[in-house]
Write a protein that binds this ligand. Structure first.
Ligand code: CUA
Length: 326
């Protein structure tokens, strides 16, 4: 149990999700602005604390110990720290943020991007579509590295917020208001993202990965993702497909190439190709997949997947089937 937990931590924890380790120009500018804001607030904070200390030292005595009895010295200090410095730092930060960072991080014009993807937020997973292809997946977004990707985001239910801090700013997904953001990764890698707006019980388990692939690998991934389910299953997997189609699974999930056309849960056509389950909550391994299907409300309380009362053999063949969906 401890070993399994440790492995899960290693597997899930090795992706970074830090605004201070940017992997794109927009994210770099956000990080730089953050450091400048930190520096400015340190100056203001230190100045304020120093004034407070001076006031404490001179309590009960007239005149400032540092400035003697010079007339107007305390007024000058109050004006400097109470007015001049705050105005200068706020104006400078406002100008830098508005002329630089907001422009760089805002939604791109379509002509400057080479790929468009759609991200639809659900309680609690991310549906991902690649317009112009049949590809639909969930929670693990693949993009080509060093490519400007136009991300069209919307929500299917409540307010969510899409945020992959190493790639760009966060955007809200408000019902009825589609939103857009630029994804760009300087180099191939796996970047963790997170829903950044409280959206219900499992808000904290609404994470995602962005895999920035070398362009050729991305094209191969997309071509596979656009295909229907792998050719007809055999053995336990074939039995598992019957279990899937004859139970509630098929009314909530789609597996392209079968009669399963449900749209409540994620598209499972290539489930086995994902590295995680339940929006990056658990790794996608046989034992975890089995536990997820048997006890969905233990793994992720409040999610919409019900536990089915299947026989042991049915569960086993269901897992065997799902593992063939590459
Ligand atoms: Cu979706 Cu928080």
């Amino acid at each position: 149990m401890v070993a399994a937990l440790a492995l899960a931590v290693v597997q899930l924890g090795c992706s970074k999700q830090s605004t201070l380790e940017p992997e794109s120009e927009p994210a770099r500018q956000i990080a730089a602005l953050w450091w400048w804001m930190l520096a400015a607030s340190v100056v203001v904070f230190v100045g304020t604390v120093a004034l407070l200390a001076i006031a404490w030292l001179r309590r009960g005595r007239p005149g400032l110990p540092l400035l003697g009895e010079r007339e107007g010295a305390s007024t000058a200090l109050v004006v400097l720290f109470g007015f001049v410095l705050p105005v200068i730092s706020l104006v400078v930060l406002f100008v830098v943020a508005n002329l630089g960072v907001i422009k760089t991080t805002e939604a791109p014009s379509a002509s400057t991007t080479t790929l468009r993807i759609e991200v639809i937020a659900h309680q609690w997973f991310w549906e991902v579509r690649y317009p112009g292809t049949a590809a639909i997946t969930a929670n693990e977004i693949h993009i080509p590295a060093r490519t400007r990707v136009d991300v069209h985001a919307r929500t299917a239910d409540v307010i969510h917020s899409l945020w992959v801090p190493q790639l760009n700013r966060k955007i809200d997904m408000v019902p009825g208001h589609p939103n857009r953001v630029l994804f760009y990764a300087n180099r191939p890698g796996r970047y963790r993202g997170q829903c950044a707006e409280f959206c219900g019980l499992q808000h904290a388990h609404m994470a995602l990965y962005v895999f920035a692939d070398p362009p050729a690998a991305f094209r191969a991934w997309l071509a596979n993702m656009a295909r229907s389910r792998p050719s007809a299953a055999s053995g336990p997997a074939q039995r598992g497909e019957r279990v899937f189609l004859s139970n509630a699974c098929a009314s909530c999930h789609t597996i392209r190439g079968t009669p399963a056309r449900g749209e409540i849960g994620p598209d499972l056509t290539h489930l086995a190709g994902r590295t995680t389950l339940a929006a990056v909550t658990i790794p996608n391994r046989r034992g975890d997949l089995d536990r997820w299907i048997r006890h969905p409300q233990e793994v992720k309380p409040g999610n919409r997947m019900p536990a089915l009362n299947l026989s042991r053999a049915d569960y086993q063949s269901l897992v065997a089937y799902l593992e063939t969906l590459r």
